[in-house]
Design a protein. Structure first.
Lengths: 320, 287, 257
């Protein structure tokens, strides 16, 4: 970003302040849209850590979103308050990521991505069929909050915003830390990383657990927000596709990329879908292709390249 | 397992085998996980549908057209869209093939709607008896055709110059380059062969079952399993994988109820990935 | 095990099916020694390195490091004990700068020392200065020359504070001036850091001038071991590897050095 760290922090705080007060000027519909953007940013950050920074693409990562949603729903149906159900959901997701991760993270590249799709599909099937516990294919409900809709939307808006900020900050500190260097080394050259004393399995499992943590909390919030969830909805492969597109547009391997990407993708979706209803699939497909061809490094990557080139041309010293 | 169930499993498995080989070749040799594969199969079905409705041509004949059209389509997609971005890694190829799927799915939806379609053949109801099991004629014919095509694919890979070129590239890319083989052309032909097989499978499918764009995602799920079971790029492995999936689905449906069908497949796939990532047939090689 | 033997390789073998890449190789490395490991292409030198550092599983044989049996440890565990290696074809951490690469070595190299960020950065900066890469420390590894990449990989390994380093063909791709510079650097560092080095090389001049002892591999087997003088004069080595004319030239070099 801009070179002065203090200016960056100042700008981000201003942006945060704006976001907090924005809903006063927007209709309920747009508040919900932006809440969804925050949610996608969180899911994308989870993928960003795994794929953008570590080089392992968990195509089926939405499974943690679904797990977060369902554990919350089931826990609350047994009488647990929301604030206890969420940690339970998160812990469940983390446990899944560790238990499934230990064998699967040994698999390189393609295999890992596919294995996660398989797992996601298997979990979806189980949820669809374990009707007594999960409500099966028909879905399940959560307690409705007894307050005015506008107030409820605002609460969830703030909650998602907080989650997005916390997730992004966590990612920032992880990447700067020793753990972050270990994670990045895996993407850079896994063999060399091993020979340098990095326990790559440990790093991979931790990264996936962190990814599962944030994704599952997003799912938990989503479930309580919607009051009703179905398996096809929360385990939908399109969540993963959307997330990947967000990462591509925003720029993977950067801290703010997923947030920028989420805004661009969701806002475009809002504008375009009503215009292209019958062709929205094809339009999405064409957009993906266009992005890959013209901005493969995403917004953050392309802007960073652009500023570097400009500095070289104008003779200024290049600072990274 | 009763004889009828066995017969059902084998007939289904044969079709799955043909279906899985194309995907397995694309992934194992061309290195592309083709998420549009399901749409390719369905396109084959719809092509045969049109040939039947417009010209009364039997799908067992129009499958040649499906194969040819899908071959060309595959070559164009590989050359124009995938090859330039191979260096982007798996994220790019996954998302690009997914984009192709979206576009194809939309085209199919607009042209033929989401309704389930069928091709009503005059001999659709006939079957013959094998001991005490009924063998539907069309499924049997499809099985035979699938078997012949699988064998022809094997012969192509083993006996023709192009096929051997593809094999060489699969085994040792640098070595193949060193002896003057046009590696990219081999990848492209292999990929196009995969889409051709998908199209032909679609035609056969259309003669037996109803079809709609809904099946696109489901088919991709199945071919994943078949490819992994058999080992990527392995023709006979994918054939075995297809048969195995056929068995698993038929047996699963009758013992556990049809809802668990998909879960079984997924669980098997993940299991194989964890314990024998090279597939049940061992290391990747031809036949 | 004798006190000053830091690394002991015992009957190491690696068979890839019928191919015996390494066949019953044994030798020792004393503390502070530079042992040259030479042999023609395919002799098994890099395979031995991969076996010792845990990258390959062993068909037979054992490895003892500082008295402990490390034969079944994973590469990261062996690295943390102080047994390290560089790569014949350099493996830089792509996407990171020179300083970050060395920092990774500094952060993860050794257990039981100050591995927090601040100390690790300090250590990395010192090593970078030692090898002479200070000016390039903020360059991306994709932007620097091959000799600098080799220096960086050396620095990365040094930042791990190793006791034994396997330098795998560190001179490959360097011109004679660079080779000279690199040799001097290795000698200087060995002295300062009290390292033991297994020096895998092709370039005769570099190996002969720097090694205390030499082990010669051919077709996966050890054919000779001894001082540079002894090795040059050994018939089996001359015929199998050096060739008569070449051996004569070596004799002259070693008489100088």
């Amino acid at each position: 970003m801009l070179n002065n760290k203090k200016i960056n922090i100042f700008l981000l705080i201003i942006a945060l302040g704006l976001f907090i007060f924005l809903p006063r000027f927007l209709s309920g519909y747009w508040v919900r849209v932006i809440t969804t953007i925050f949610m996608y940013a969180v899911i994308a950050q989870g993928m960003n850590l795994m794929s953008g920074y570590m080089g392992y693409l968990p195509f089926g990562n939405a499974m943690f979103f679904g797990i977060g949603a369902y554990v919350t729903a089931i826990a609350m149906s047994k009488g647990l308050p929301f604030l206890l159900a969420v940690p339970l959901a998160a812990i469940t997701a983390i446990l899944f990521s560790i238990i499934l991760g230990l064998p699967v993270l040994r698999l390189r590249g393609h295999y890992f991505a596919i294995a996660t799709i398989g797992m996601s599909g298997a979990i979806l099937s189980v949820v669809q069929n374990a009707t007594e516990v999960t409500g099966g294919a028909m879905g399940t409900t959560l307690p409705i909050i007894d307050k005015a809709p506008g107030v409820v939307y605002y609460y969830f808006y703030l909650a998602m915003l907080a989650l997005m900020v916390i997730t992004t900050l966590s990612l920032y500190f992880i990447i700067k830390s020793k753990l972050g260097f270990g994670i990045r080394s895996i993407k850079a050259n896994e063999d060399a990383a091993n020979s340098m004393g990095i326990n790559t399995t440990y790093h991979k499992v931790i990264a996936w657990a962190v990814s599962a943590l944030f994704t599952s909390i997003a799912g938990a919030l989503y479930a309580y927000w919607m009051s009703f969830i179905g398996p096809d909805e929360v385990f939908d492969v399109m969540i993963a596709v959307n997330t990947i597109v967000i990462m591509l547009i925003g720029g993977a391997g950067s801290i703010l990329g997923p947030i920028i990407g989420a805004f661009i993708v969701e806002l475009f979706a809002e504008v375009a879908w009503s215009a292209f209803l019958e062709y929205h699939l094809a339009v999405l497909g064409i957009i993906i292709i266009v992005i890959v061809i013209f901005i493969p490094k995403g917004m953050v990557g392309s802007i960073s390249d652009f500023t570097k080139k400009r500095k070289l041309r104008t003779g200024k010293k290049v600072t990274v | 397992m009763g004889l009828q169930m066995l017969v059902n499993a084998i007939l289904l498995g044969g079709l799955y085998a043909l279906m899985g080989i194309g995907f397995s070749l694309q992934w194992g040799i061309s290195g592309i996980i083709n998420l549009s594969y399901g749409a390719m199969v369905m396109l084959g079905s719809y092509i045969s549908l049109e040939f039947f409705n417009l010209f009364h041509i039997d799908p067992f004949i129009s499958m040649i057209m499906s194969g040819a059209i899908l071959f060309v389509l595959g070559a164009i997609i590989y050359r124009g869209l995938l090859q330039p971005f191979l260096k982007g890694g798996i994220v790019f190829t996954l998302i690009l093939t997914f984009a192709v799927r979206l576009i194809m799915e939309n085209i199919i939806l607009k042209a033929w709607s989401a309704d389930y379609r069928t091709i009503r053949l005059s001999y659709a109801g006939s079957n013959f008896q094998f001991v005490d099991a009924y063998v539907p004629l069309i499924k049997f014919l499809s099985f035979i055709v699938a078997g012949i095509l699988i064998y022809l694919t094997y012969l192509f890979m083993m006996k023709t110059k192009t096929g051997k070129g593809i094999q060489a590239v699969a085994l040792d890319k640098e070595g193949a380059m060193a002896v003057g083989i046009n590696v990219e052309k081999m990848y492209m032909i292999n990929f196009a062969l995969g889409t051709a097989l998908a199209g032909i499978t679609g035609s056969l499918w259309a003669s037996i079952y109803s079809f709609s764009p809904h099946l696109i995602g489901i088919i991709v799920g199945k071919v994943f399993i078949i490819a992994i079971l058999g080992g990527l790029g392995n023709i006979w492995g994918a054939a075995a994988g297809g048969l195995l999936l056929g068995f698993a689905e038929v047996a699963g449906a009758s013992f556990l109820g049809s809802q668990w069908q998909e879960a079984i497949g997924m669980v098997i796939m993940v299991g194989v990935l964890l314990f024998r990532p090279h597939g049940l047939m061992g290391k990747k090689f031809f036949g | 095990m004798k006190d000053n033997i830091i690394l002991k390789i015992e009957s190491l073998s690696k068979y890839f099916g019928a191919l015996k890449a390494v066949d019953d190789v044994s030798f020792e490395v004393k503390k502070g020694e530079i042992v040259g490991l030479i042999g023609p292409n395919g002799a098994g030198k890099t395979t031995v390195t991969n076996l010792v550092n845990g990258t390959y599983s062993k068909t037979t044989g054992k490895v003892f490091f500082k008295g402990s049996d490390v034969s079944d440890l994973k590469p990261y565990q062996i690295a943390r004990m102080g047994l390290t290696r560089t790569y014949q074809v350099v493996k830089p951490l792509v996407g990171m700068t020179v300083e970050e690469n060395v920092l990774v070595g500094s952060l993860f190299g050794r257990k039981n020392r100050d591995n927090d960020m601040k100390n690790a950065i300090k250590r990395a900066k010192e090593i970078i200065k030692l090898v002479g890469l200070k000016k390039k420390k903020d360059s991306l590894v994709s932007d620097i020359t091959l000799p600098d990449l080799k220096k960086m990989e050396f620095a990365r390994v040094l930042a791990m504070e190793p006791e034994v380093v396997f330098l795998d063909e560190v001179m490959a791709g360097l011109n004679p001036t660079e080779v000279e510079e690199a040799s001097n650097l290795v000698k200087r560092v060995r002295k300062e850091k009290e390292l033991s080095i297994v020096y895998i090389e092709h370039i005769m001049k570099a190996v002969m001038g720097i090694s205390d002892r030499i082990v010669v591999l051919h077709h996966g087997k050890k054919i000779v071991e001894g001082t540079p003088q002894k090795v040059i004069n050994d018939q089996a080595v001359i015929e199998a590897y050096l060739g008569k004319r070449y051996a004569k030239g070596i004799k002259e070099v070693s008489n100088e050095g």
